[in-house]
Design a protein around this ligand. Structure first.
Ligand SMILES: [Zn+2]
Ligand SMILES: [Zn+2]
Length: 109
């Protein structure tokens, strides 16, 4: 796959970060990786800042792409839909966020 920062060179290095129940995996080419690691800004923030220029905004809670990219938190379930272009550009997992379409309690008769 291509580097997620420059989008030009082939990604050869992987950066992953876990915390706050989230797991983010990013793929970079060597020059971008070096630049981002030494840049003082967390690589995931640098990538999200680039993506934030897409300028999406959640219609439900008003969370903007730039807010999302600075906090990495979605304001509501609708955010994921609104921000999916951004979210899909990185492998972004929210642990325990999988909702099961379970049976209704007391139903089934
Ligand atoms: Zn790159
Ligand atoms: Zn929202």
């Amino acid at each position: 796959m291509k580097c997620q920062y420059c989008g030009e060179r082939e990604a050869t290095l992987q950066y992953s970060k876990q915390g706050n129940g989230q797991h983010i995996i990013l793929h970079f080419c060597a020059p971008c990786y070096e630049k981002l690691i030494s840049g003082g800004v967390p690589p995931e923030v640098a990538v999200f800042e680039k993506l934030a220029k897409i300028g999406k905004e959640c219609k439900v809670c008003g969370t903007t792409a730039s807010e999302f990219t600075s906090t990495l938190f979605l304001g509501c379930s609708e955010c994921y839909y609104e921000m999916r272009d951004i979210v899909n550009k990185v492998i972004y997992k929210l642990q325990g966020a999988t909702t099961h379409k379970g049976k209704r309690p007391g139903g089934e008769k």
